[in-house]
Design a protein around this ligand. Sequence first.
Ligand code: MLT
Length: 263
Amino acid sequence: MKTTADGLRLHYEVEGDGPPVLLVHGYPLSSRLWAPTVERLKGEYRFIVPDLRGMGESEPSGPVPLRRFAADLAAVLKAAGEKRPAVVVGLSMGGYISFEFYRRYRKRVRALALVDTRAQPDAPDAAEHRRETAARVLHEGSAGVAQGMVGQLLAPSAPESLREEWRAIMAATPPRGVATALLAMADRPDARPLLRRLARPVLVVVGSEDAVTPPGDARRMAEAARDARLVVVPGAGHLTPVERPDEFAAALRDFLRSLPPEG
Ligand code: MLT
């Protein structure tokens, strides 16, 4: 399905029936990340699954702050006709956006699941590196970034076919999509104060082999939140929902079933 937000065409899927769950992918990925989760749980929940601006089938824009990505999510929920508070599930950059979504639209959030992500902002040198990469991608295209990232994203034991699938998805991301995401992440706010006062149930999931946002980051988030559970998925890297789809879906299902009734 398509909607227009902020003058851009945004693509999203809606599947299943039940309480709403918004699935927010990471950088520079696509809604395909959630296909195994939706397949396993769509009998119980209504999944709303956007492609972030400039990724998947959604149109790219020039540089915008992370809060505009959060505003896109609000537009997608509206287009999907979803008025109930949703459980927001964000992986990596999707987690950074989920924090912003809570900051701005907290009445729309029933609970949060933070997957292979972190709450702290970039160190100054990491932020600078992102800005340099953004400038380079606009000249050289996305293939180099895809090649550089693919080795880090998946656990060493991941099958070659999965590695190739995600390398191709990243390489197909338009350079403007990659650059805009990098610049937004480089300037993202510190989410730790928000996490400490977050008045919602929180699930934190991390792959035991996540080299991008390692288990230590996840533990610190789970300790900081008032009401959090932590699940470490053995053998998964940074893309737990596709590397260990059964374990991930089971962790999410347990969390969703544990939530107090809606309303
Ligand atoms: C992601 O998976 O969204 C990114 O790797 C996050 C990041 O670079 O901080």
